[in-house]
Design a protein. Structure first.
Length: 387
């Protein structure tokens, strides 16, 4: 039903990905495959719901109706077999604000927060900007796959108050298994560490893999977990500034709700409410078709790199639409890789070092774009890094 090959002109729409190329890359002629939004049209049923509400001529103060929470409850049970209660759901204007609010809610200056680099870089700022102590449990990269050093994790957890979990993991594309999640969850419970689970990419699971919510594993783990979800990555709604928190434990939930109230961000966005309800109510078929398209983009990229650019290696993705590419065999420094991509390939990717320790020698590429853009990126990569 849906045409993901359609090219949509995004210029002069005040979007970060295209209109800020000059500011971010120092030039405006790069093909941008960096920031994590899609070049696909937001689904028609969401556009229709927004237009219908926009016809009413007053956009005053609003609240989230019961349909907001219930659409999430039904979606999560339908897609991920996790049963929620609507009262467990709180609002946040985004996952990054939620990370920062969690830091303010559950820790004090000097407290330790555990992260697993290379990881989504706002994890670091949510720690450092509030004078908390950054504790790193670096992922182990071996034979083209990332794993967790559990001995190190257990040691580091003893000094932590919070653990920022990325599940599925951005940028390395791992979808943590039930066993891996249980081990991390058990260690956190034993050490009284609260888990802030960034699961914003949870709907973007590639064929053959299964997303398991950390909080679904046991009552004990759920009692220590704040789960962050949003329709923004799944349905291309980042500009709506609408996400949700699932917190089963009443004590943790009341604490977080108090912080939301204190910083006055609970009102949200009228059209974000409408978009979220429409997405979670009508989005199944669109998402299924999207995942098939993204999977094909991954296959296209992987096969091409293996055949034409042997100095690069695509790390096998299990989820997300973000490709994690190893450039280390080129023998170039990160700065040299960056300059070649920008000035010779005219390609704008996310450099690995911004994701912290272990990101050196890597680049992240956004594949949520029409196939023609992927083909163009492949030609550009081959012209610079090909055999």
């Amino acid at each position: 039903m849906y045409n993901f090959d359609k090219i949509v002109d995004r210029l002069n729409t005040d979007n970060v990905k295209y209109d800020l190329r000059e500011a971010y890359f120092g030039k405006s002629d790069v093909l941008p495959m960096w920031v994590a939004d899609m070049d696909f049209e937001t689904p028609d049923f969401i556009q229709e719901a927004i237009r219908k509400r926009a016809w009413h001529p007053i956009y005053g103060y609003s609240f989230r109706p019961e349909a907001y929470s219930m659409s999430i409850v039904k979606w999560v049970e339908r897609r991920h077999h996790w049963k929620l209660e609507k009262d467990w759901i709180l609002f946040s204007p985004g996952i990054v604000p939620a990370l920062n609010m969690a830091t303010l809610t559950y820790t004090k200056p000097g407290d330790g927060i555990l992260v697993q680099p290379p990881v989504y870089f706002p994890f670091f700022s949510a720690v450092n900007n509030h004078n908390r102590k950054l504790i790193e449990n670096q992922l182990v990269y071996q034979d083209g796959k990332y794993n967790i050093d559990f001995n190190d994790f257990e040691k580091k957890a003893k000094d932590a108050k919070l653990f920022f979990l990325s599940n599925p993991h951005n940028p390395v594309g791992r979808l943590w298994t039930k066993d891996e999640l249980q081990k991390m969850g058990k260690i956190c419970v034993e050490n009284d560490v609260i888990i802030i689970a960034d699961e914003i990419h949870c709907d973007l699971v590639l064929p053959g893999y299964k997303y398991i919510p950390m909080a679904s594993l046991s009552k004990e783990i759920s009692a220590k977990t704040v789960t962050c979800i949003a329709p923004s990555k799944t349905f291309n709604l980042a500009g709506m500034a609408t996400s949700s928190l699932v917190i089963e434990d009443e004590g943790l939930r009341k604490q977080f709700a108090q912080t939301i109230d204190h910083v006055h961000v609970g009102s949200g966005n009228l059209f974000g409410n409408v978009a979220s309800i429409a997405a979670y109510t009508h989005g199944d078929q669109w998402l299924d078709e999207l995942l098939n398209y993204i999977d094909n983009n991954f296959k296209l990229l992987g096969n091409f790199i293996e055949r034409e650019i042997p100095d690069l290696q695509l790390i096998k993705a299990e989820a997300t639409y973000l490709a994690w590419i190893d450039f280390s065999k080129t023998g170039l420094t990160d700065e040299e890789i960056k300059q070649k991509l920008l000035n010779e390939a005219q390609l704008g990717l996310s450099p690995g070092p911004v994701f912290g320790s272990g990101g050196e020698g890597f680049q992240r590429m956004n594949l949520a774009t029409p196939k023609v853009n992927v083909l163009s990126a492949l030609d550009r990569l081959k012209s610079v890094f090909g055999a």
